[in-house]
Design a protein around this ligand. Structure first.
Ligand SMILES: C[S@@+](CC[C@H](N)C(=O)[O-])C[C@H]1O[C@@H](n2cnc3c(N)ncnc32)[C@H](O)[C@@H]1O
Length: 276
């Protein structure tokens, strides 16, 4: 997704006010974060425009699965680290005070199984008291199936029209986005970019967040109308619950890596060794 279109991303979303969102996020960070530090990880950071407006107060790292998008981010925001990584499986070997995952990027994990892995990764990358802020995609109940959408960009040298209808297959929303790009010296080109996002329910998402070690809540008023915001604070994990958790994993087959289990607080290396 977005690969051939990475250089048009900021044009098609030029209506989005990243500066205002960043200033609202800073207020939310101060309100909810209980750790003292200012290290921030933006997951599925796209072209880095939230980081651009957060970097004055936070030391930021961005990850995204799409290298073409990351190249645009590196050009947009100099001097910050942008790393290619998949949110369902990343391990950066460091911890942060804030993890953000914005503009509905979480939907791209598609399934509840991946959603669980992703929230476990968020929790594993937070210091105790650190906070995750996740802006969701829609639930099945409010998803407007069949709705036609159009977004345009009208520049001097580039003009873009993007059209799609919203389809649904099981718990997945499917958008096949048709782009017509007219560019000086290049003629008019047509691209089709397919997006598949999971339609995750609020209660189930909160349950998964809690089970991943995040004290969680859903605010219906978020950064964008109609999307809301999940906030999860990394809990202190007592030794005994960690121990039972590991035994649970032993029964179901632990698919987390060794470092992640250690960071959860397991003090018995023999137990870890046995599982892995
Ligand atoms: C709608 S864009 C949002 C980008 C950015 N957060 C913003 O607000 O502009 C979704 C982003 O999620 C990224 N993405 C999709 N699946 C991903 C995954 N599994 N891991 C990391 N990034 C992913 C895409 O490459 C894309 O940059």
């Amino acid at each position: 997704m977005y690969r051939d279109l990475a250089r048009y991303y900021d044009l098609i979303y030029s209506w989005k006010d990243y500066e205002r969102e960043a200033s609202e996020l800073k207020k939310l960070f101060s309100e909810y974060k209980r750790s003292a530090g200012a290290r921030l990880l933006d997951v599925a950071c796209g072209t880095g425009l939230h980081i651009k407006h957060l970097r004055d107060e936070y030391s930021c790292t961005g990850i995204d699965v799409n290298e073409e998008i990351l190249e645009v981010a590196r050009a947009n925001v100099k001097g910050m680290e942008f790393i290619r990584a998949d949110m369902t499986s990343f391990n950066l070997g460091m911890k942060f005070d804030v993890v953000t995952c914005l503009f509905s990027s979480i939907g791209y994990v598609r399934t509840y199984r991946n959603l669980r892995k992703t929230f476990q990764n968020f929790a594993g990358h937070l210091v105790e008291g650190g906070a995750a802020f996740v802006e969701p995609w829609f639930t099945k109940e409010v998803y407007d199936v069949g709705r036609p959408s159009m977004t345009t960009f009208d520049g001097e040298d580039v003009k873009i029209a993007r059209l799609n209808t919203s389809e649904i297959q099981g718990d997945l929303s499917i958008m096949e986005m048709h782009y017509l790009v007219a560019e000086r010296g290049k003629g008019v080109r047509h691209y089709v970019d397919r997006h598949e996002l999971g339609l995750f329910e609020v209660d189930e998402t909160l349950k998964i967040m809690e089970e991943s070690g995040l004290e969680s809540q859903f605010k219906s008023e978020g950064l964008m109308p109609g999307r809301g915001l999940y906030i999860g604070i990394k809990k202190k994990i007592p030794f005994f619950s960690t121990y039972s958790f590991l035994h649970l994993d032993l029964m179901h087959g632990c698919d987390q890596d060794l470092e992640w289990c250690r960071e959860l607080g397991c003090r018995d290396s023999a137990d870890i060794g046995e599982i892995h």
